[in-house]
Design a protein around this ligand. Structure first.
Ligand code: AR6
Length: 168
């Protein structure tokens, strides 16, 4: 059974096989966790991202980690929250599924996720947290590819949501 845990911290500091980026469709950087990852990884990451030609919402792409301690960055494009009637839940679930599919294909055994879409994209945090945990449990129940999943929360409120959802 995989280990699924929530921690509070800066995802750019984690020495796992992969960290996930909350990117936008251009994959060319931005603010929030995306900006932090690009700053920590150095210009080589942007150079590699340019070659990918973007990524639709609900999907993900993979690059190297460059100057990060993580070997890979999985760039997931979460939905912008428009009230919930524009397929936001399914698009966010699709992001998590796409990240796990890439992890399995690339031999990634440990991976950390930020709370995708819950910053600038305004997805309700509790709802996003339930989707993240549901998709993680579904994947780890059907595949042993990934042994460790970490939810890296930037603030204490988000950490509390994940801890409550994950249970004891
Ligand atoms: N480590 C972990 N989590 C972080 C970090 C960090 N260093 N920095 C921020 N967070 P956001 P989105 C948390 O806005 O909502 C960018 O401009 C943050 O507190 O980064 O998916 C992209 O280019 C929040 O809980 O991503 C896109 O245009 C979570 O990460 C757009 O923002 C996600 O917040 C994507 O918006």
């Amino acid at each position: 059974m995989a280990t699924i845990e929530a921690i509070q911290g800066d995802i750019t500091a984690l020495a796992l096989d992969a960290i996930v980026n909350a990117a936008n469709e251009s994959l060319l950087g931005g603010g929030g966790v995306d900006g932090a990852i690009h700053r920590a990884a150095g210009p080589g990451l942007l150079e590699e991202c340019r070659k990918l030609g973007g990524c639709p919402t609900g999907e993900a792409r993979i690059t190297g980690g460059h100057r990060l301690k993580a070997r890979h960055v999985v760039h997931a494009v979460g939905p912008v929250w428009h009230g919930g009637a524009r397929g936001e839940d399914a698009l966010l679930a699709g992001c998590y599924r796409a990240c796990f599919a890439l992890a399995a294909q690339h031999g990634i055994r440990s991976i950390a996720f930020p709370a995708i879409s819950t910053g600038v994209y305004r997805f309700p945090r509790d709802r996003a947290c339930r989707i993240a945990v549901t998709e993680t449990r579904a994947f780890t129940a059907r595949s042993t590819a990934v042994a460790r999943v970490m939810f890296c929360c930037f603030d204490a409120e988000t950490l509390a949501l994940y801890r409550a959802e994950l249970g004891p």
